[in-house]
Design a protein around this ligand. Sequence first.
Ligand SMILES: O=C([C@H](O)CO)[C@H](O)[C@H](O)COP(=O)(O)O
Length: 208
Amino acid sequence: MKLQVALDVAKLDQALTLSRLTADYVDILELGTPLIKSEGLDAITAIKAAHPDKLVFADMKTADAGELEADLAFSAGADLITVMGAADDDTVRGAVAAGEKHGKEVVADMITVVDNRVSRIREVSKMGVSFVEIHAGLDEQAKPGYTIDTLLDDGRQAGVPFSIAGGITGDSIASVQAAGATVAVAGGAIRSAKDPAAAAKALKALIR
Ligand SMILES: O=C([C@H](O)CO)[C@H](O)[C@H](O)COP(=O)(O)O
């Protein structure tokens, strides 16, 4: 299982600091959606230039104009981008077409898909995405009673390649791997740690 750090900060200098601290311990550097909205697509270029040996994941969360938005992000240097799994099928297919053109990968982010999630995961998986991200966003995580277990159950059931994002910590990363995830996405557990490098290193060490 790969480890992906989500650089969920608003400014490029903060993202570059966080990526510099954590790159040795992670496989994928994710530009979080707030960072892309704040700094623009040039931030993708800057992170890739700083870490040419790492996979750079642009969390575009594209909801429309899939081919155009994916093309822009891949042209800026992204290796992987997200399109919303809840978007129109043609939006997903458009992003996949851009991925094929660039020889890069598209991930369907299942955030906001709660009802019939397994069935939608299987549908989008047939549209050519590399894998799905089974994801509870920060607002969903803040709701009382939130647990990552429902994400893991859906991953086990879906029978397709998936990543998990939803507040992964040192306490849950082993269960994410046991559920069969190909990528574990960690944002707050690294970003909010007193020592982000140590937090990333500790998470990586828990992956067998
Ligand atoms: O994608 C994310 C979220 O929607 C904000 O853009 C986060 O990067 C993702 O949820 C991982 O962060 P944590 O949940 O804090 O681990």
